[in-house]
Structure formats: structure tokens, C-alpha cells
Design a protein around this ligand. Structure first.
Ligand SMILES: Nc1nc2c(c(=O)[nH]1)N[C@H]1C(S)=C(S)[C@@H](COP(=O)(O)O)O[C@H]1N2
Ligand SMILES: [Mo]
Length: 301
């Protein structure tokens, strides 16, 4: 019941505040169960381990990768505490009908907000299950009207070392950039998240707006986006630039293609003791494998 396909979600599913309340109560229960699993793994059967229980909110908000706020998992929750994500402007640039800055409320206003619980898989071989609230990226793209010549869409994180202390060190080439092929961006699973666990997106998870692409490694899910640019050529992306041998443009979850320094065959679900098998396209193959038909996924990793 946790992992729903977009087709199962009626387009009327806007989440008003009242529903958030109910959801919180429900997720509270699921979170407690998962925590129980953490302390008593021996009691769990194999079948139970394959269930995709929602990751406790506490874990999803305190075990983060967000190098703009430090490189250890605990840093973002601590160092992003005072980050202010309002007001927020997103520059829409490149091959688009009307390139201009949008206030976030104008960019997203009146578009449907979906509840989507997704498995999330970091390239570091840990995973979580996160209940997101967000807008389908395709709805935003349709609103800003790219030109037919646009083949890719690039995203850029805020660059402001005063507000993002991690940017004072050159651990990555700043600002963080990511990109998708247009058909990936238009896929109904692809979200711009604005919330999780029924609450506004915490700073450490990429407030106020971050990309969520559940069949790709987590690093594609760029946080705190201030620029969307449509291009004809494949854009450079931060991790592929930093280390092209280890990180590719596509970054599709693939248990058959190991990272040069570790296996991708298994993963540790946060809150669980035993590792589980990683699934092709993170379990979303039915919905997305056709996007890559005919491509050599060892070459285009
Ligand atoms: N701007 C920016 N976005 C980022 C990152 C980052 O360091 N900076 N880390 C990525 C990685 S490696 C992962 S696994 C996810 C983690 O998202 P979460 O903290 O919400 O779980 O964010 C991704 N987005
Ligand atoms: Mo990651």
C-alpha cells in the first residue's frame, strides 16, 4: 500500500491541511513499527523485511547528504537550522518561451500537490522510504513552456556561502548542478517536492524545493533549487564532473553495475539490520525501463 503508481492516484488528490493531520497520525504508527524493527531485527521474518515500511521521520531528517551544510550525515540538520527559505525565486532560463525569474508561489501556484511515498536509494548503498508531498515536474514544465528544441533540463542549487557554510570549502565544484533528459523530467514519477511527512520540507532535506527521481541514485535529487535551464546539449552535472569514472549522468539504480569502489547489489535500508537486494531502477522498472530501451546501461551508468 505504500508504493503507489501515479496511475493509482486520482488527479483530484490535492492534500489539504486536514488530510495532513490524518496522515501524520497514520505515519506515526508506521514509524513506531519501523523503530521496533531496529531494536529487534531477530524477530523479523524474511517476508516482513521486504515490506517497504516508511522510514522514521527522525532518521529521514537527521541522516542527510547536503554538502552545502557539511559532509557528515548529521551536519545538515545542525547547520541548516537557521536557513531561511522565504522569499524564494527560481530563475527559468534557456530554451523556454519566456525566460524570467518566478517567485516560487507563482511557479507552483494552483498546481496539484501529490502524496507520493517513494523508495529512495543513495549511491552509498543505503536507502529509505519517504512520504513526499510535491508537484509533478511535468506540470511545472508545461506551465513554463520549453521550446521544442529543448532536450534536457538543468537544475542549480542556491550559491550563497554566507547561508550555506559548506560552500566555503571546495569539497565539490559549487554550485551543485543536476540535470535530466526531457523525457525523464516529464515522467509522472518525477517530482518537485515541497514537503515530506505531511509537513513543509525541512531545510536539511532541501527547502523549499527539491527534485525527487525515485529510480535514480539520490544525488540526482538536487536540493534548494534556484534555477531551471532548458538546453539542447546534455548539461554537466556536479558529481559526474567531480568524478566521471564513479558517477554518470544517468545514475539509474542498477544492482548489476557496481560503483568502482563498492558493490551496488545490496543496500542497507535505514532502520533495518540485514541488507536487502537492490532492485533494477530501484523497483520502478515497470514504469521507467522503457525510457532506456536499447541503451547499454553499463556504458550509460
Ligand atoms: N544541493 C545538493 N543536493 C543534494 C545533495 C547535496 O549534497 N547538495 N546530496 C544528494 C544526495 S547524495 C542524496 S542521497 C540526497 C539525500 O536527500 P535527503 O537528505 O532528503 O535524504 O540529496 C541529494 N541532493
Ligand atoms: Mo546520495
Amino acid at each position: 500500500m505504500l508504493i503507489r503508481r501515479p496511475d493509482d492516484i486520482p488527479s483530484s488528490e490535492i492534500t489539504p491541511e486536514g488530510l495532513y493531520q490524518n496522515r501524520r497520525a497514520f505515519i506515526g504508527t508506521a514509524g513506531t513499527l519501523a523503530l521496533g524493527a531496529l531494536v529487534a531485527p531477530a524477530n523479523m521474518g524474511a517476508a516482513e523485511r521486504q515490506k517497504d515500511d516508511i522510514t522514521p521521520e527522525k532518521d529521514a531528517t537527521t541522516y542527510n547528504n547536503f554538502y552545502e551544510f557539511g559532509t557528515s550525515k548529521e551536519d545538515p540538520a545542525e547547520n541548516a537550522k537557521d536557513f531561511r527559505a522565504t522569499p524564494w525565486t527560481v530563475n527559468v532560463e534557456g530554451l523556454v518561451k519566456n525566460p524570467r525569474p518566478y517567485d516560487i508561489n507563482e511557479l507552483l501556484g494552483r498546481l496539484t500537490v501529490y502524496d507520493r511515498t517513494y523508495r529512495m536509494r543513495c549511491v552509498e548503498a543505503w536507502s529509505m522510504v519517504i512520504p513526499w508531498q510535491g508537484i509533478q515536474l511535468r506540470d511545472i514544465i508545461n506551465r513554463v513552456e520549453p521550446l521544442p528544441s529543448a532536450k534536457f533540463v538543468e537544475f542549480t542549487t542556491l550559491f550563497d556561502p554566507r547561508r550555506m557554510p559548506g560552500q566555503r570549502s571546495a569539497v565539490l565544484p559549487w554550485p551543485y548542478k543536476e540535470a535530466l533528459r526531457m523525457d525523464e523530467a516529464m515522467h509522472p514519477l518525477t517530482l518537485f517536492a515541497t514537503g515530506m511527512y505531511g509537513k513543509p520540507l525541512p531545510n536539511q532535506n532541501g527547502a523549499p524545493l527539491r527534485l525527487v527521481v525515485p529510480w535514480k541514485y539520490g544525488f540526482k535529487g538536487i536540493k534548494s533549487i534556484v534555477k531551471i535551464r532548458f538546453t539542447e546539449a546534455m548539461p554537466n552535472t556536479t558529481w559526474a564532473d567531480a568524478n566521471p569514472r564513479e558517477y554518470g549522468f544517468y545514475a539509474n539504480v542498477n544492482p548489476a553495475v557496481d560503483h568502482p569502489r563498492w558493490s551496488q547489489a545490496k543496500e542497507r535500508r535505514i532502520g533495518e539490520f540485514l541488507k536487502r537486494n537492490t532492485l533494477p531502477f530501484n523497483g520502478y522498472a515497470d514504469q521507467v525501463a522503457s525510457l532506456y530501451a536499447g541503451m547499454d546501461l553499463r556504458k550509460f551508468y
